[in-house]
Design a protein around this ligand. Structure first.
Ligand SMILES: NC(=O)c1ccc[n+]([C@@H]2O[C@H](COP(=O)([O-])OP(=O)(O)OC[C@H]3O[C@@H](n4cnc5c(N)ncnc54)[C@H](O)[C@@H]3O)[C@@H](O)[C@H]2O)c1
Length: 242
């Protein structure tokens, strides 16, 4: 990809799943990584995978302390910021507790807003940058039992469009990516029957791989995508077609 070498890249939720695959991809491109993940995540394994050009920040993005730690790294410069951390707390509307609603909004939306704002202000000062947000295909068609999650993933698309309008003149591009069914360890550990059902629903007849999302993040962050802002790219094997 054009121009990712030496770029300072933050990836939230970068210790597993799509975030880890994204870290691997940007590392291969020669970027300088800042991986952010929960204080419970192991640092040793990450250090072994990324022996150089990697800072690991153990932080909960939904806390002010976590945001402050990340801001501290951003103050040294940031070229790409990827808001990948996300959680689910599923229940039907009738059964959903306020706590489940609040937790998902705090991580998937409020943290995205706060961190995007800090990154965008720094990028404006530097004369440019790219911010990428994790949405989901369920933002387009809803999902039973996921009102909290879907509300955040749809909101992220709106936030992306608004930020693109506000920051375009400063050379800051903001885009989102909407994955479909991706074969992260969590999905792969589901019963075979359930995985097969998911695969059958997808026109390409298979789950996506985390590195297929990472590739789109790398493209959107690179100069190959320098005329793209405010958009949402579905990476879903065609599932959004219904
Ligand atoms: N896997 C899929 O099929 C899929 C589909 C659509 C969208 N997405 C989105 O892609 C993103 C990554 O998904 P994934 O499947 O790789 O998830 P995952 O659960 O494998 O990884 C998420 C990472 O985020 C970290 N994280 C969670 N809460 C955090 C917090 N408060 N502060 C810091 N780190 C935190 C976790 O520790 C974990 O390492 C999420 O935003 C998710 O909603 C995933």
């Amino acid at each position: 990809m054009k121009n990712l070498k030496g770029k300072r890249v933050v990836i939230t939720g970068g210790a597993s799943g799509i975030g880890l695959a994204t870290a691997v991809r940007f590392y291969e491109e020669g970027s300088e990584l800042c991986i952010v993940d929960m204080p419970t995540e192991e640092e040793t394994e990450l250090k072994a995978r990324f022996p150089e050009r990697m800072t690991y920040i153990q932080a909960d993005v939904s806390t002010q302390d976590g945001v402050d730690k990340i801001q501290n790294w951003i103050n040294g410069g940031v070229d790409v910021f990827i808001n990948n951390a996300g959680i689910t707390r599923d229940a039907t509307m009738a059964k959903m507790t306020d706590e489940q609603w609040d937790q998902v909004l705090a991580v998937n939306l409020t943290a995205v807003y706060k961190l995007s704002k800090i990154a965008a202000i720094k990028m404006k000062e530097q004369g440019g940058g790219a911010i990428l947000q994790a949405s989901s295909v369920v933002a387009h068609y809803g999902n039973f039992g996921q009102s909290n999650y879907v509300a955040t993933k749809a909101a992220v698309i709106g936030l992306t469009k608004t930020m693109a309008k506000e920051y375009g003149k400063y050379g800051v591009r903001i885009n989102s990516v909407a994955p479909g069914f991706i074969g992260t360890p969590m999905v792969r550990s589901m019963p075979e029957k359930v995985v097969k059902m998911m695969e059958d629903k997808v026109p390409l007849k298979r789950l996506g791989e985390p590195d297929e999302i990472a590739a789109i993040y790398a493209f959107l962050a690179s100069d190959d995508a320098k005329y793209i802002t405010g958009t949402c790219i579905n990476v879903d094997g065609g599932i959004v077609l219904g």
